[in-house]
Design a binder for this molecule. Structure first.
Ligand SMILES: C[S@@+](CC[C@H](N)C(=O)[O-])C[C@H]1O[C@@H](n2cnc3c(N)ncnc32)[C@H](O)[C@@H]1O
Length: 397
């Protein structure tokens, strides 16, 4: 908006300060504000792939005005702050993350800092963007933008709400949330479950490795995978755990890149393989057309469904055209947390086929169920063997 501001200021400067000129100043500044609103709205409308996290079937007309609102995810000592809307206001009694409406002349971050100071009496540092959510309340359409926020000073006061509450992520769903805030509650819960899963492997690395290092349950599929590799292939072992399968491929004459996101697991596998194991999540892969084969045995099952497609995209990009990819999941229809607090994302054959339909560059060599015996229990697994098309366009970015 800088050019409009300078035009209006130049206009004023060129005249004596009469009442008429002051009126002109107000007029131009109002036009400037109006344009700000219009442009902000246009940017939002054109950039949004309207996401209906909660009511996907609810169609929203673009004519309706979209309210831009910010929300703060404030976490202190593992507890997250929620505020209850006071009686008499819209959505009274519903819980929300602290925040408020973005004014025309402020940034999202500036708005959040101001709202936290005005409504809660605290000074905060606005951190990373957390996510956005669009919700149609019927009378108004809200786009909620959430940021991670660090509390710096001041004691939280309840000035515009009737209650404040600090809760661990896994208890957030015990509150009745304003619908627009719900996607953030779900995301926070997922994050908590993933953190608990990685903490389990970190704290139990030694026992877990002992239990799985000699397991034979990948024997048959490993041979099949091996038969599809050309000599001296480069294989990525994604979520390598003990390093059992990496070692098998190394001994078969291939080169291995082994990764695992858990420090203690990666350290132990580094020693076992005699080569460094990278500490990394599958979602963080950055390579392009690099690997002849990607082996992801029982590791992508710890990635929530909301992130699985983005993960498949980066894995697919890392695979060379003509490359092969194996992955396995527990067979099931839903996500769940086991008694050890490990999070699992399970699939059936039809569910997995549905996800894979979005990747025309991948063809299914085989998809089948197999039982495996672990800790005296027979567990049905889903195995998927894929090939990336040799015609797949060379990805450069
Ligand atoms: C069930 S174990 C399987 C380990 C090994 N692949 C095997 O078959 O023995 C799951 C492994 O996945 C790793 N893991 C968890 N989340 C992951 C993620 N987002 N990306 C890659 N690996 C992950 C864990 O650290 C753990 O080593």
């Amino acid at each position: 908006m800088a050019p409009i501001r300078s035009v209006s200021l130049a206009f004023i400067a060129a005249r004596n300060s009469t009442l008429r000129d002051s009126c002109m100043l107000i007029f131009f500044s109002s036009i400037e504000k109006l344009l700000c609103y219009i442009i902000k709205d246009l940017i939002i409308s054109s950039s949004e792939q309207v996401r209906y996290h909660l009511h996907p079937r609810k169609k929203i007309g673009f004519s309706q005005h979209m309210l831009l609102v910010t929300a703060a995810i404030i976490e202190t000592n593992g507890l997250i702050l929620a505020a209850r809307r006071k009686p008499g206001c819209q959505l009274a009694g519903y819980w929300e993350f602290p925040g408020g409406k973005v004014e025309a002349d402020e940034t999202n971050e500036g708005c959040l800092a101001r709202e936290l100071s005005e409504e809660f009496g605290v000074q905060c540092k606005i951190g990373d963007f957390f996510g956005d959510s669009i919700y149609d309340y019927g009378t108004k359409r809200v786009r909620l933008l959430a940021y991670r926020v660090q509390h710096l000073s001041g004691t939280f006061q309840c000035r515009d709400h009737d209650r404040l509450c600090w809760l661990p992520a896994h208890e957030l769903l015990s509150l009745q949330w304003a619908p627009a805030d719900m996607p953030f509650v779900v995301k926070l819960q997922e994050e908590h479950q993933v953190t608990a899963t990685l903490a389990y492997y970190q704290d139990n690395a030694r026992e877990y490795i002992q239990e799985t290092i000699d397991l034979e349950f990948t024997g048959q599929i490993r041979q099949r995978f091996l038969a599809l590799l050309a000599p001296d292939s480069l294989v990525l072992d994604l979520g390598c755990g003990s390093g059992r399968d990496s070692r098998f491929f190394l001994e078969a004459g291939h080169r291995i890149v082994a990764v695992d996101p858990v420090d203690a697991i990666a350290e132990s596998a580094t020693e076992y393989l005699g080569q460094p194991v990278r500490v990394q999540k599958a979602e963080e892969l950055e390579e392009t057309n690099t690997y002849d084969g990607i082996w992801a045995c029982a590791s992508l099952l710890h990635i929530p469904r909301s992130r699985i497609e983005a993960t498949f995209t980066v894995i697919c990009k890392a695979l060379k055209p003509g490359g092969i990819w194996y992955m396995s999941f527990k067979r099931g229809e839903t996500e769940y947390q086991d008694y050890k607090q490990r999070f699992f994302n399970n699939y059936t054959i039809p569910l997995m086929e549905q996800v894979l339909r979005q990747y025309p560059q991948l063809s299914i060599i085989d998809i089948y169920e197999s039982p495996s015996l672990l800790r005296g229990k027979v567990q049905p697994w889903l195995n998927i063997l894929l090939k990336k098309s040799t015609q797949a366009p060379q990805i450069t970015g």
